[in-house]
Design a protein around this ligand. Structure first.
Ligand code: 1GP
Length: 247
């Protein structure tokens, strides 16, 4: 089963899934090793790796450490078209459909396409929707796009529907890493009602009740980054919530 088939199986079976996002800039090789072992032990579903902007981090080395130390699928969540590595299992091929920056809708994809092709990576076409969750995050700034206001459910729903109609295989609703608050549950549930492809959400999840609320609202695959870097214990707590919901 490839990565998308596994995400899709969870969606079909209404089984909640969790991805831990690893930022190579904030994660030393030694830390990557620890995270991989811990996530493997806890049976996290996927490791996402990437960053809006990489200063010193080594993406290749980070992926290598993750792969060496766990059996979980490693998926690149690229901040830009430099973040491609054949060492991962798959890449989210993100089209930033909430924005109107042509580079984020098709320009970067054209540049990246031959490199991704030759890398042999599994490609997961993803409708990426940024929501304003209280602050301008790196992804908002770096993408030079306006996020959808968090009370504009109609715009978010229509954007997600258009993404599905364009043939994208999953919708990723993101408040951006370090968002003040998570995506509102109401928005998640409304989008869930209007699309029939897996829904990924993330940004600003800091505790188990926020994770539970996002899953209950309709998230199929929840992404947690910052909180797991600050307190690795949170991964276990969120996994307990996932296991209870899937029991
Ligand atoms: C960001 O959805 C991810 O793109 C995760 O966000 O780091 O806030 O958990 P956090």
């Amino acid at each position: 089963m490839n990565v998308y088939q596994s995400i899709f199986a969870g969606f079909k079976e209404k089984r909640k899934q969790l991805a831990i996002l690893v930022d190579p800039d904030k994660t030393s090789p030694d830390n990557a090793k620890k995270i991989a072992r811990e996530c493997d032990k806890l049976k996290v579903d996927y490791l996402f790796v990437g960053s809006s902007l990489l200063m010193n981090g080594d993406l290749e080395l980070c992926i290598e450490e993750l792969r060496k130390n766990c059996s979980l699928p490693v998926v690149i969540f690229p901040g830009n078209n430099l973040q491609i590595s054949p060492k991962a299992d798959a890449i989210l091929f993100l089209s930033l459909i909430s924005g109107r920056n042509p580079e984020m809708l098709i320009g970067n994809h054209v540049i990246a396409a031959p490199h991704i092709k030759s890398s042999g990576l599994e490609v997961i076409p993803t409708g990426y929707i940024l929501i304003d969750c209280g602050r301008i995050t790196s992804v908002h700034y770096m993408s030079t796009t306006l996020p959808i206001p968090s009370d504009k459910n109609d715009i978010a729903i229509c954007t997600a529907m258009a993404g599905e109609m364009l043939g994208l295989k999953t919708i990723y609703l993101d408040g951006g890493s370090g968002a003040d608050k998570p995506i509102p549950a109401k928005m998640i549930s409304l989008i869930k009602e209007h699309i029939n492809i897996p829904l990924i959400t993330g940004g600003g999840i800091r505790n188990t009740s926020q994770a539970k609320e996002s899953w209950e609202a309709g998230t199929d695959l929840l992404v947690v980054g910052n909180a797991s870097e600050k307190d690795p214990e949170i991964i276990k707590q969120i996994i307990d919530v996932r296991n209870d919901m899937n029991a």
